[in-house]
Each structure stands twice: as C-alpha cells, then as structure tokens.
Design a protein around this ligand. Structure first.
Ligand code: FES
Ligand code: FES
Length: 159
C-alpha cells in the first residue's frame, strides 16, 4: 500500500521506478525528471514529510508510506498553497521545470524549521538546481512563505 496525496494505491509493480510511476501511471506530471540520477532535484517529492528524490526510489522503497507530490499542495478548488503563492509573488518561477522540486524541498524545511535564515534556506535547497532564476527570488519566496505560514506572535508582556 502506498498513499499519494491522501489517496491509497494497492496494486502496482513494486520494482517500478517511483518518479516514472507517478508520472506515467498516476499522471502526476508535476514531478519532473531532469537528470534521472539523483543530481538535479527536479523529481523531489515528500515521503512522510521528508524531501526525497523520486528518480532514485522504487515503489518497494516507499511501501506503507505517505507521499506528497506538488499536486497535493493546492486546495480542491485550485487555491495555491501559501508556499506556491509565495513563489509566484516573489517572481521565483521562470521556466518552472525546477519549481515543483524546489517547492517541496522548501516545504520539508519549513515543516521542521518555521523561521529559517537565508543561509538555512540555501542549504536546504542546495540539491535543487535552477537554470533560470539565479536563486535570489527563490530564497525570497521561501522567506516570504515562512512569514505567512508561521507568523511570529508578538508577546505584549506589560506586567
Ligand atoms: S531527476 Fe531526480 S534528481 Fe534529477
Ligand atoms: S525556473 Fe527554470 S529551471 Fe528553475
């Protein structure tokens, strides 16, 4: 059994490559295959909330696990996840090929670290290669999303 974006799948070839299965069987083509050898990060998905390269995994490696692809982030009515919206608002997308993997690596970071520094964001995204944006706007987008997703509460201690 494998859960993808909250939907359970029970019938599959466990030796199949995960990235190919997502794209070719489930039609979740937001998961991109760039290098196919674990270098570019464009195939990044979440497995139990951790960023993983789906091109390096077989289905047997994720048996019993819960997977999130980029399609699993937006709401049913198409409203973008705040992190996706932040990428749009910060101008962090050009060709968009790297973007699903970039967003999911960033989400894995934000789930663990609600207020990362720019250095921590860069470190978390160092395995995701972008040929277009120059990275600055991508880091801006993740910073912006962190502020929206996890607003800092101001304590007013007047006693
Ligand atoms: S396609 Fe998986 S890391 Fe490049
Ligand atoms: S936006 Fe084109 S590769 Fe990143």
């Amino acid at each position: 059994m494998i859960t993808v974006n909250n939907k359970v799948y029970e019938s599959y070839d466990s030796k199949r490559n995960l990235a190919e299965w997502l794209r070719e069987e489930l039609y979740l083509t937001g998961t991109k295959i760039g290098c196919g050898i674990g270098v570019c990060g464009s195939c990044t998905i979440l497995v139990e909330g951790e960023a993983k390269r789906s091109c390096l995994l077989k289905l047997e490696n994720v048996e019993g696990k819960s997977i999130t692809t980029i399609e699993g982030l937006s709401a049913a009515d198409g409203t973008l996840h705040p992190l996706q919206q932040a990428f749009v608002d910060a101008g962090a997308i050009q060709c968009g090929f790297c973007t699903p993997g970039m967003v999911l690596s960033a989400l894995a970071l934000l789930l663990k670290n609600h207020h990362p520094t720019r250095r921590e964001i860069r470190q978390a995204l160092q395995g995701n290669i972008c040929r277009c944006t120059g990275y600055q706007q991508i880091v801006d987008a993740v910073e912006r999303a962190a502020k929206i997703m996890y607003p800092r509460t101001i304590t007013n201690d007047t006693k």
